[in-house]
Design a binder for this molecule. Sequence first.
Ligand code: PGA
Length: 257
Amino acid sequence: MNKKKILVFNWKMNPSSKKEALKLFTALKKSAAWALKKGLKLDFILSPPAVYLDAINQKNKNTKIILSGQDTFYKGSGSVTGGISYAMIKDLGAKMSIVGHWERRSLFGESNKDVSEKIKVLLGNKMKAIVCVGEENRDQRGHFADFLEKQIRESLAGVEKFQLKDVILAYEPVWAIGAGARQPVVEEVEQSLVLIRKILKKIFGEDSKKIKLLYGGSVGESNIQELSEILQLDGFLLGRASLNPDTFEAVLKSFSD
Ligand code: PGA
């Protein structure tokens, strides 16, 4: 392994109690400390449910684990029932937030415009944004390329070139996310990443290189090694694999081989 890799642990709406969350965090802390001791070039980002951020933040001393939200509203406060703002998660230790995850887009009807507002508010408040994009279908005729271009253009609308160092783009094809999904073939991921780099260059020119690119969707111990060979990749977003200590330990171990 040559290039340093970012690993985002996205717990989604899990686990269902604070006690379990702290137990899982302890396991992650142990694994991250092991990786550090081994000299593995890895950065750890943990996105727990917002309700656990405070408790985890208090226990996140002397680790290299960076905390992140899973979503944020685009205002600091106000009449937004059920909303959680960037200011609130920042206050509880989050340095960044995921935005535009497919589950937010599909279950909560979030549009590219919503995503762009969220990114702008994060970047404008000295936080980073982990922006998820990805096609629903990978059609043979290549329509997915147009879909991706529109999604990326609209989601990143209004982002200034000087802010690009704080943007992490996670390519998460919808067909590869979650239980029962199809595992991606390395070539498919490579092809999409080349395409995404081209789209970003069209929008931001040479500055687009400052954007980090991650892959997410069915990443686990069986495919992490081959996916890590992809040159364009700066890291991975782990969903299910982030919930099982045996699995994420195995994923980390594969980086030491
Ligand atoms: P998965 O989820 O790793 O469980 O497929 C990834 C994601 O949705 O971020």
